[in-house]
Design a protein around this ligand. Structure first.
Ligand code: IVH
Length: 736
């Protein structure tokens, strides 16, 4: 993560929690196939959906990490989310969201602290993971500066400290204030706390009149362990890792608490200055050291990628003995005049690179293989592991992907892992990175027990006994039980109540599992939810008698359910959980049909006509169309859908007024400030008139609407020959 997220994490959901329902909640999502599809293979609609999901997931992770000092996913997972987001944005620049995570750093300052606006923004670093990326970094810089391969170009290389960044402002040699990074523009005022840190001088002899020093606050391992031991004894809060402890200690409203926490500080840079510190990065660091700051002793000057990689390996070898956490090496162009020329991208300097250490690996024993059945019937093998600490997280289960993966072959039948299969009892290598789910990366067959048998993948569903079949070309085996399969039923219900679907307050995964297993008040299909809330006295009494439900919570639940009796068509469609029909597809369908009755008539009419009409919709392919038709043709499914619809008022969707619309089918981008309508309203109007609204200008853009203060997008549009209009012309265009 941008502030150097630590691998050590609190135990994550699903890693070892005792399963207590029909489908065991491992936190793995068997049906989430799109998330791992190569970016080159995804459609525009999938990309848009995934960007939305990524933006939400990254925002949640940012808040947990920066806002609450309690990360919920590991650094590697976070980096993977950001990497995937960047990859999709690079392939579909027009889909870049207004709230794109690639344009953000951290989160806004927390309540309770004063706010300090940084005079120079506190940014993040771009990441590299492979040695080859270091040479690419050097070439990129040379290209940008117009330097040939023979011109000497030096870099500093220093450890990337895993703490949190802090900006210290000195005026006339006196510490005036200290601020956390916050969202990069505005940080939290932690001056009183910073004054308690021994490494931070209160006064500087011989400093420039204005000097902002930037660096990392961190906690040494020994201090972290002692702090946690004390907290455990006194029943206080313990921290998952030193970074969280450092952040939690610095971001204290009571400086006396910070004083008792042993924090340390390495200076690595600066912000605003009244006079330059030096001509090079290295000399500037030395100057900071002379002024009284601690700079990292492993900082070296390197004359190119080979020397940088040598130093990286050296630091990596010393990592375990440093006594504090680092998560990589930072390279910076040494010549400050060149840094100035290179400047910044939106959130990262061009002149620096964070070369992260690889994800953590660990070996453990595969104690069993469970088969999870997902919402669409996919059978996913889950490794049950002897719990093992992988970079600070206790991992007790991991994905084994599919039956081919266990057997040691890929989807084309080619050998993987040298063709070695995985058997229960084997020693396996667990890998956490790049994905939200731990994986089994390898197997040590030299340690294989003599009686270990090749794993036989079930050909019937372990939950309902229906045949589990594998369609040609599909790597996944699926339960054919549909709604008679309890696992599929409960997973569908969880999907049904999820945020983007019916979003019923008070009815989450846990409650669904409890109701599903309940004989008194069962919820087995979506319609049962609305039956439950009929407010009859019997249900109310039954609910009140159940553990955990009181008068108020029961009434609240009924109210929350009632508010969803009216639902927009697209949400209803998405909530059905029909395979391949994601949020975006649901929107497309809703806009095309306008009403549920029109859609229903199409799907229950002749199948070939339905297929023709559906595949005619831009963004709906034959696979999705068939999946919809099949769902409505299946008697059990149809009955469940009809029973649900009978409880609801399904709101019509305004269909795009493409007739007479000057912008139907066009791709629009909005930039600058619109004075007579909000951006959201403008977007909705454009979409209602059949246009697509994109976040950034590309060759595919048809029209740029430039409000007040339009900047780089307008310049880019002009360069690309894209038509640009102002707000008045926009209003005229939409007839407002
Ligand atoms: S230089 C423009 N040097 O890493 C940003 N950052 O991912 C210049 N960090 O927010 C930052 N050690 O908190 C720099 N030696 C180092 C660092 C370092 C840790 C952190 C810093 C920054 C984050 C970026």
């Amino acid at each position: 993560m941008s502030e150097g997220r630590q691998n050590g994490q609190p135990q994550r959901k699903g890693n070892g929690a005792a399963p207590d329902s029909a489908t065991k909640d491992t936190g793995l999502r068997p049906d989430d196939e799109a998330a791992s599809a190569p970016v080159a293979a995804i459609s525009e609609a999938e990309a848009r959906d995934e960007l939305a999901r990524l933006a939400a997931a990254i925002a949640v992770a940012d808040t947990a990490y920066h806002g609450h000092d309690a990360p919920e996913i590991s650094d590697a997972e976070y980096d993977a989310l950001k990497g995937r987001n960047a990859e999709i944005e690079a392939r579909f620049p027009a889909l870049k969201r207004a709230d794109s995570p690639s344009e953000r750093v951290g989160v806004a300052p927390a309540e309770g602290f004063g706010k300090i606006r940084h005079t120079r923004r506190m940014l993040s670093l771009s990441n590299a993971f492979e040695p080859g990326e270091v040479a690419e970094f050097d070439s990129r810089i040379r290209r940008y500066l117009g330097l040939d391969a023979d011109t000497p170009l030096r870099y500093t290389a220093e450890p990337k400290i895993d703490g949190l960044s802090l900006s210290l402002r000195y005026e006339g040699g006196k510490l005036i204030h200290a601020a956390t990074r916050g969202d990069g523009e505005t940080g939290e005022d932690v001056t009183a706390n910073a004054r308690t840190i021994a490494d931070i001088p209160q006064t500087l002899p011989d400093a420039p009149a204005l000097l902002e020093v930037r660096g990392e606050v961190y906690m040494r391992h020994a201090d972290f362990q002692a702090l946690n031991a004390r907290a455990a004894e006194t029943g206080g809060r313990t921290f998952a890792n030193p970074r969280n402890a450092a952040a939690g200690s610095l971001r204290q409203l009571d400086p006396e608490i910070t004083r008792r926490r042993p924090l340390a500080f390495f200076a690595y840079g600066w912000g605003a200055l009244s006079a330059p510190l030096a001509e090079t990065q290295m000399q500037a660091l030395e100057r900071l050291a002379t002024l009284g700051f601690t700079i990292n002793p492993l900082t070296r000057l390197c004359d190119g990628p080979d020397a940088m990689l040598d130093h990286y390996r050296d630091i990596e070898a010393k990592r375990a003995d440093l006594g504090y956490d680092i998560d990589g090496v930072v390279y910076k162009v040494d010549d400050l005049a060149l840094q100035e020329r290179l400047g910044f991208r939106s959130t990262t300097p061009r002149w620096a690179l964070a070369h992260k250490f690889p994800a953590e690996l660990a070996w453990t024993v595969l104690e069993g293989i469970d088969i999870q059945v997902g919402r669409t019937g996919a059978l996913s093998p889950v490794a049950r592991l002897r719990p093992v600490n992988v970079g600070g997280v206790l991992v007790s289960n991991a994905t084994l992907h599919n039956e081919d993966y266990i057997a040691g072959r890929d989807s084309r039948g080619e050998p993987i892992r040298g063709g070695r299969d995985i058997r229960i009892g084997d020693r396996v290598q667990v890998y956490r990175a790049g994905d939200v789910i731990p994986k089994i990366a390898d197997v040590d067959i030299s340690a294989r027990p003599a009686d270990a048998q090749p794993y036989t993948f079930p050909e019937t569903c372990p939950e309902c006994g229906s045949p589990a079949v594998r369609e040609p070309g599909d790597s996944v085996r699926r339960c054919t039980g549909g709604l008679i399969c309890p696992a599929q039923q409960v997973e569908r219900l969880k999907h049904f109540v999820s945020r983007a679907a019916f979003d019923i307050e008070g009815l989450g995964t846990k409650q669904i599992e409890a109701f599903f297993a309940d004989d008194q008040l069962p919820i087995r299909q979506p319609a049962d939810i609305f039956d439950l809330a009929k407010r009859d006295a019997v249900n109310l009494t039954k609910l009140k008698n159940r553990m955990g439900w009181g008068e108020t919570s029961a009434a609240n639940l009924f109210r929350a359910i009632d508010t969803r009796r009216t639902i927009p068509l697209h949400r209803f469609l998405f909530a059905l959980g029909i395979r391949h029909v994601g949020e975006n597809a649901a929107q497309l369908l809703a806009r095309h049909f306008g009403s549920y009755s029109a859609l229903h008539a199409c799907l229950t009419g002749p199948a070939d006509a339905a297929l023709a009409e559906l595949t005619d919709i831009n963004g709906i392919g034959p696979v999705m169309a068939q999946s919809l038709i099949d769902a409505f043709a299946n008697p059990a499914e149809r009955e469940a859908i009809d029973a649900l619809a009978a409880h609801l008022t399904i709101q019509d969707t305004e269909r795009p007024q493409t007739e007479g619309s000057a912008i139907a089918g066009q791709t629009l981008v909005f930039t600058g400030t619109l004075t007579r309508m909000t951006r959201a309203e403008a977007k909705a109007r454009a979409e209602a008139m059949g246009a697509k609204v994109a976040g950034s200008v590309s060759a595919k853009t048809d029209l740029l609407v430039a409000g007040e203060g339009a900047g780089s997008k307008a310049t880019k549009a002009e360069a690309l020959g894209v038509k640009v209009i102002d707000e008045d012309a926009w209003l005229a265009l939409i007839g407002a």
